[in-house]
Ligand binder design. Structure first.
Ligand code: NAD
Length: 287
């Protein structure tokens, strides 16, 4: 008998986590006089990036963190941004630095990410932090896959020995997601644009993570009945609505547990950014 899947409610989980963060910030303030601080750099006018940055800054304020936002026009010289990063690296008020991606084409994105102090790299994209994650000793876990791992933990979803399939191999989502699943004991397959017979892989997945960026890309016939389906995609439909990579209405009749879009992975990403920033401040304060 097929039952409708349980919805993994990222919005509520993120709210619960954020209430806890507020207490951690107050405790750090009381014990050490330190308020965790995040600096966000935004280059250009990409509407989605503007929304993401504003949401991140607002979430910081709500949890009692200090935050600052630095905006530059799309044609800014990369040297200007690199100089700002150097200043933030040395600024004791700032424990986390985030450069909103993507950057305009004339930027060397890797060089910008490497300019951020690894101790303040709350996105976890610096090569040193990627290496630490690959070795199973993470300093900062990239926020989106970190949020997904929290969803597994909260839902009591056991990963050890399970078949996990990740669709997407980006540095931001797919690759770190695969590393985290490997570290948690899953048997991991990473599928991408060159994968042949994608469905043959996804049909085996006890855990399926979709990070593709194409609406309704994952259809119900691609799922193993009873799978846990995590939809990372955020896509805007022509009518303005947001949707994920998974055909949610059909998939929820096959999956055992599934994340919605919106209200799934998105709110968790922001929550984990706060977690990383608070952790950076606690470490800096010697806790
Ligand atoms: P990306 O474009 O860098 O990567 C997409 C991946 O999909 C690539 O690795 C590519 O190989 C793969 N792909 C493309 N076509 C495919 C196909 N036909 N078959 C199999 N694989 C295919 O994107 P990204 O930065 O990893 O983001 C993916 C999605 O997740 C986007 O919709 C993005 O908006 C969303 N996202 C959401 C959050 C969040 O907080 N929920 C955070 C980051 C990204």
């Amino acid at each position: 008998m097929i039952m409708t899947a349980q919805i993994i409610d990222g919005k509520t989980l993120a709210q619960t986590l954020r209430a806890g963060f507020k207490k951690r910030v107050e405790a750090l303030m009381a014990a050490q006089g330190v308020r965790p601080g995040l600096a966000v750099i935004l280059v250009g006018e990409d509407p989605a990036s503007i929304v993401y940055v504003n949401n991140k800054v607002r979430a910081c304020e709500e949890a009692g963190l200090y935050s600052e936002k630095w905006r530059y026009p799309a044609d800014v010289a990369p040297a200007v941004v690199l100089e700002k990063i150097a200043g933030l690296n040395a600024d004791p008020k700032v424990h986390g630095i985030l450069v909103q991606l993507p950057l305009p084409a004339h930027f060397d994105e890797a060089a910008v990410l490497e300019a951020i102090s690894p101790q303040k790299d709350v996105d976890g994209f610096h090569a040193e932090n990627v290496g630490a994650l690959a070795q199973g000793k993470p300093r900062f876990i990239p926020c989106t896959p970190y949020g997904v791992m929290k969803m597994f933990a909260q839902g009591g979803i056991d990963l050890s020995g399970r078949e996990a399939v990740v669709i997407g191999r980006s540095n931001i989502v797919g690759k770190p997601m695969a590393l985290l699943l490997i570290n948690a004991g899953a048997t991991v397959t990473v599928c991408h644009s060159r994968t042949r017979d994608l469905k043959a892989h996804t049909r085996r997945a006890d855990i399926l993570v979709a990070a593709v960026g194409k609406p309704h890309f994952v259809t119900a016939d691609m799922l193993k009945p009873g799978a846990v389906v995590i939809d990372v995609g955020i896509n805007r439909l022509p009518d303005g609505r947001l949707c994920g990579d998974v055909d949610f209405d059909a998939a929820k009749e096959v999956a055992r547990q599934i994340t919605p879009v919106p209200g799934g992975v998105g709110p968790m990403t922001i929550a984990m950014l706060l977690a990383n920033t608070i952790e950076a401040a606690e470490r800096e304060a010697g806790q």
